[in-house]
Design a protein around this ligand. Structure first.
Ligand SMILES: *Cc1c(COP(=O)(O)O)cnc(C)c1O
Length: 406
């Protein structure tokens, strides 16, 4: 579906519609606001923190659900020259949006995919000896040293060349001579916990491996690594979450501002007598006469079913004018039920927007209350919500459209 976009101006996000026009948001059950200015500000803040190392942007999974179509051009205009995605299809999309940028495919090389990847203009992050050999073979066939990065395993045991494979690469000089090695990278398994001993162990291991590749650039840190200290920066950092306003660590502050807000409408507020059960599987029983707000978003939007609350366990919550109310009962596909009894006269009414993520409830807090992590919440942002994009340029024009895949 391709919905027409409406350009209009918003001042500090208060939406003033011309009287004659219908506010497209008025009929939206769920609204996701993406602040591109905040994304750019966050990229600049991280870039300043790690300079002179280069700051790339990880924009896999449709820029973590924020919309690569809007996020990538904004970051490219701000000066971001290197992007990381997971798949070859994502690389093709980002290449089209930022033709001058270097785009790396973190998944590496599927069997037989070298020609297609090279044709897309993207660069593989080679994660095994097989992949290095296939890329080198493709370079020989193409009679060109094509650029690639090599991923070495420093202790995560997921992707990356193991010790024996590194020996094999180094003992066959023809392999590395066939291709253009942009940089050597590895990935930290526990960088969301600054106290984890695994961070220093992986750093030591990476340094030992990198020492065997003299003059080759290095990259180790994603968002968590950026906050661990200068010794993790090397030549290139690869943040994703930080750019989108998320904090990877509970214990370390981050120089970023929120970039995503999720709001949804109250469809009705009903009185539920003490002892009555609410929602699927009768998952919650009213312990008193309660006021229950039925809110128009569910697990198809941004609130996973693990945010459900029973009488014994708390789950997610919503905020309305600075006050909070807990979700109760099971999360449905399109609806959540919220106990607003304690808000009394300040409770939201039919048609009001309540906040699920934003200024009042941080992304990390929401993710924690849902029983998951901010990365997963972002990448599962609603596809059907109305999307409001606050532009990165200094004027505050916003584009409103739904859904965002236009
Ligand atoms: C996803 C990913 C990143 C970005 O991670 P964040 O924690 O979102 O910053 C960086 N490097 C690799 C290898 C990744 O897979």
């Amino acid at each position: 579906m391709n919905t027409a976009r409406t350009e209009r101006t918003v001042g500090s996000i208060s939406r003033v519609a011309p009287a004659a026009r219908v506010d497209p948001l008025a009929t939206s059950a769920c609204v996701v606001t993406v602040d591109l200015a905040a994304v750019v500000a966050n990229w600049r803040a991280v870039a300043a923190l790690v300079a002179p190392a280069e700051c790339a942007a990880v924009v896999k999974a449709d820029a973590y659900g924020l919309g690569a179509v809007r996020v990538v051009p904004a970051l490219a205009s701000a000066g971001c020259a290197t992007f990381f995605v997971a798949t070859i299809d994502e690389a093709a999309e980002v290449r089209a949006l930022a033709p001058d940028a270097r785009v790396y495919v973190l998944d590496g090389l599927l069997p037989g995919a070298a020609a297609a990847l090279a044709a897309s203009g993207a660069r593989p992050v080679l994660g095994s000896l097989d992949e290095v050999r296939e890329w080198a073979a493709h370079c020989r066939t193409a009679r060109r040293r094509l650029p690639a990065a090599i991923h070495v395993d420093s202790g995560m045991n997921r992707l990356g060349l193991e010790a024996g494979e590194i020996d094999a690469v180094l003992s066959d000089p023809g392999l590395l001579q066939a291709l253009e090695l942009d940089f050597l990278m590895s990935h930290l398994a526990s960088s969301d916990d600054s106290r984890s001993a695994q961070n220093r162990a992986q750093l030591r291991r990476f340094l030992a491996i990198a020492g065997r590749f003299p003059q080759v650039k290095r990259s180790l840190a994603a968002s968590g690594g950026v906050l661990l200290g200068r010794s993790y920066d090397f030549d290139l950092v690869r943040p994703g979450l930080l750019l989108f306003g998320g904090r990877p660590s509970q214990s370390v502050g981050a120089p970023v501002v929120p970039a995503v807000r999720v709001e949804a409408r109250v469809l009705q507020v009903r009185t539920v007598e003490r002892g009555r059960k609410v929602g699927y599987s009768a998952g919650w029983t009213a312990p008193r006469r309660s006021r229950i707000a039925v809110v128009a978003l569910g697990y198809a939007d941004a609130v996973p079913r693990t945010a459900s609350a029973s009488n014994d366990a708390t789950g997610g919550f919503v905020a309305f004018r600075g006050r909070r109310a807990p979700m109760v009962g099971r999360i449905s596909m399109d609806l959540v039920t919220v106990d607003v009894t304690d808000l009394k006269d300040a409770a939201p009414a039919r048609g009001d927007l309540v906040e699920i993520i934003g200024q009042q409830i941080s992304l990390e807090e929401a993710a924690h209350s849902f029983g998951t992590i901010p990365w997963e919440v972002l990448t599962r942002l609603s596809r059907r919500a109305a999307r409001v994009y606050v532009e990165a340029s200094s004027d505050v024009a916003a584009t409103i459209g739904a859904p965002h895949h236009g």
